[in-house]
Every structure is written in structure tokens, then in C-alpha cells.
Ligand binder design. Structure first.
Ligand SMILES: [Zn+2]
Length: 220
């Protein structure tokens, strides 16, 4: 059992950032030691961001995304995990969501498919944790008006290659259409360069907006 297992149990909670970071580090080592061999891989897809984003989100208790960050002359991918503070009253619930998000970083696990399930089962079996495939209503049955499932960012891997592959394509946001022209890694938030197709005006949009459109098939 883990050296942090003393915190677990019905009355345990997350009381500080140190608690959360301990849990994060523990999840990374456990997932690498237990879940990775269970699915035949031996490394994560790319490195982790060294901080966890804390949210107040009541719908999405945890999520993760790939950030493209500058790295000297180059750019690199980095995984960032978000956790809702509404979980912190329970160590076990926070733990379950934390392991869920860390498992997403294994190759082939950036979805809730067979590889993800196999990895989660290994963690649950060996550590007695209850990692679930989904935690909230928005993951289930939330449908677009045309009946297709709304896919959250969490469920879709987004790499720089995906952005580059979209250059020249059109992204639809509501009734507006934007041509994707480029990517500027130096801009922290509004990094996707676009042209409004109707006005020909150029501007920038966020990677989140791109990811949302990408995940829901609105880039063609
Ligand atoms: Zn997930």
C-alpha cells in the first residue's frame, strides 16, 4: 500500500496544497508502476505541468488538457490537470479523480476507451481505489441539438500536430466561420490565428475554443 494511505478513509480530506501535490506525485508514480505495465507502456505521453489548476466547477470535477508552451527556441507539450475544490472534503474522492486524470496521460488513454479502462482497473485492483470512467452528468447523454454527443475537452487529445493540421480549415462557432491561419506559441491565451470568413478580419482565438470545436467536429 502507499505511504500516504494513512490519509485515506471516510474522514480524511485534502487540507492544503501540499496534500494535493503529495497526492499528485503519488498518482504519477503509482500510475507509472501499476497502470502502465498493465497496458504495455512504459512512459507518459509528455511531461506534466508542475502545477494543478484548482476550479470551483460543480459539473466537471476533474479535467486535463495539453498546453503548448514555449521551451527556449522550441515549443513543447505539457499536461495540465484541473481539479474542483468541491472534492477536497474527501480524500478518497479527490484521489479517485486525480488518478483518473493522471491515467489520461498514458499513451492511448486520452479517452475513456478500453486502454483507459484497463489501466483504471489495474489501479483499482492493486490499490483499492475507485477510479471511475466518468464522474458527472455532462459526460453522459449530453447531446447536441442534432443528437450527437457533446464531447468535452477532457475526452479529446489535442496536440500541436492537430492544430497544424487544421491550418486552412474552417472553424464554426455559432453562426460564424473562421479560417485557421496559424499558431503563435508566444501568446499565452489567444494563440490561434484566425480570419473571420465573412468580414476578412484577422484576430486570435483561444486554444480552448479550438479544442471545443475540434472535439465536436466543427472544424472542416
Ligand atoms: Zn476522463
Amino acid at each position: 500500500m502507499s505511504k500516504y494511505s494513512i490519509k485515506r478513509g471516510p474522514n480524511a480530506s485534502i487540507n492544503s496544497m501540499d496534500d494535493l501535490n503529495d497526492l499528485f506525485q503519488l498518482a504519477i508514480s503509482d500510475v507509472m508502476e501499476i497502470a502502465a505495465p498493465a497496458i504495455g507502456v512504459d512512459s507518459f505521453d509528455c511531461e506534466f505541468s508542475n502545477h494543478i489548476r484548482i476550479t470551483n466547477n460543480k459539473q466537471r470535477l476533474g479535467s486535463c488538457r495539453i498546453r503548448v508552451v514555449p521551451d527556449g527556441e522550441h515549443i513543447k507539450n505539457e499536461f495540465e490537470i484541473s481539479i474542483s475544490r468541491i472534492l477536497f472534503h474527501s480524500y478518497d474522492e479527490t484521489e479517485s479523480v486525480m488518478y483518473h486524470e493522471v491515467i489520461h496521460m498514458l499513451p492511448g488513454c486520452f479517452n475513456h476507451g478500453p486502454q483507459f479502462k484497463k489501466a483504471a482497473e489495474a489501479i483499482n485492483r492493486v490499490l483499492g481505489i475507485n477510479v471511475e470512467t466518468s464522474y458527472n452528468a455532462t459526460r453522459h447523454g449530453n447531446k447536441n441539438p442534432d443528437g450527437t454527443k457533446i464531447v468535452t475537452f477532457d475526452e479529446e487529445q489535442l496536440t500541436l500536430n492537430d492544430i497544424v493540421a487544421a491550418f486552412g480549415k474552417t472553424m464554426t462557432v455559432g453562426k460564424k466561420h473562421y479560417r485557421i491561419d496559424g499558431y503563435d506559441a508566444k501568446r499565452p491565451k489567444y494563440c490561434i490565428k484566425v480570419t473571420d470568413v465573412s468580414s476578412n478580419r484577422t484576430g486570435y482565438t483561444t486554444k480552448n475554443a479550438f479544442a471545443d470545436a475540434y472535439a465536436n467536429g466543427r472544424i472542416e
